[in-house]
Design a protein. Structure first.
Length: 255
């Protein structure tokens, strides 16, 4: 039932422990790590497409160039998005693939918003909320995995993601709701209004998971990479975070 469970748990705990240490002890490393994560995700996207091979020096140049907009993510969002859009158009022209260009824009823009979230004002922003956001995404994913494995039941979109069940979806929502009420109880949030933000993070994280699953089906692969033992590639592990950051920033903009 739980294939590679020990490996998944060990690598997941190692990732989360490293994240907490970096956030609270070495926060200066956050921005370089987000840059590196974007670079790795772009690498996986290009390799999925087959336009660039693993050992190509060109890839390094292309990958670095396409993470360049992140430099301006915490100072000039408009410039960052303008550069990201322009580079995506260039990628479409060079690769002859709209899918890859839009995928690049999707990845880079999400990392721009992640870096902006870190320096935004609370309550929907700041370093502490960034931690809450990552925990919500992780809980949604954990609930989806264990809920699906233990309870099973009807699949959500079997043709796109054969392992995702409705039971897993609801368990993911439940864990995130419990986490929110814990934060509410200790006084982090003074309004039930933010309950909908947390629930939205859970839902949008699961949508991001389906988007990545569809991308893998589109290219005919099981995993986007093998960089994280038991989980696959960076896109496999952080797919929910990529999409849900768009929801968070939209929520903050509207409310």
């Amino acid at each position: 039932m739980f294939k590679d469970l020990k490996l998944r748990v060990f690598s997941g705990l190692a990732l989360f422990t490293s994240f907490i240490v970096i956030v609270f002890i070495y926060p200066i490393l956050l921005k370089p790590i987000v840059f590196m994560l974007a670079f790795i995700m772009l690498r996986e996207l290009y390799l999925l497409n087959g336009k660039i091979k693993t050992g190509d020096f060109v890839f390094i140049i292309v990958g670095i160039a396409n993470t360049f907009p992140l430099i301006f993510s915490q100072s000039n969002l408009m410039l960052a998005f303008s550069l990201a859009f322009s580079l995506a158009l260039l990628t479409i022209f060079l690769s002859k693939s709209i899918f890859v260009g839009l995928g690049q824009l999707y990845i880079v823009s999400s990392h721009i918003l992640l870096l902006d979230l870190i320096v935004s004002d609370p309550p929907v922003g700041g370093l502490l909320f960034f931690v809450f956001f990552v925990v919500c995404v992780a809980l949604s994913d954990i609930g989806g995995y264990f809920g699906g494995q233990i309870i099973g039941g009807k699949k959500v979109f079997e043709r796109i993601s054969p392992n995702k069940t409705w039971a897993g979806v609801f368990v993911g929502w439940l864990l995130v709701c419990i986490f929110y009420y814990f934060l509410f109880f200790i006084g982090v949030f003074g309004s039930y209004f933010y309950f909908f933000l947390f629930l939205g993070i859970a839902l949008s994280s699961q949508i991001g998971d389906f988007i990545e699953s569809y991308t893998k089906r589109y290219f005919g692969v099981k995993d986007s990479g093998q960089i994280i033992p038991g989980h696959g590639g960076a896109l496999d592990r952080f797919d929910g975070m990529i999409f849900s950051i768009y929801f968070v920033k939209l929520f903050d903009l509207l409310f």
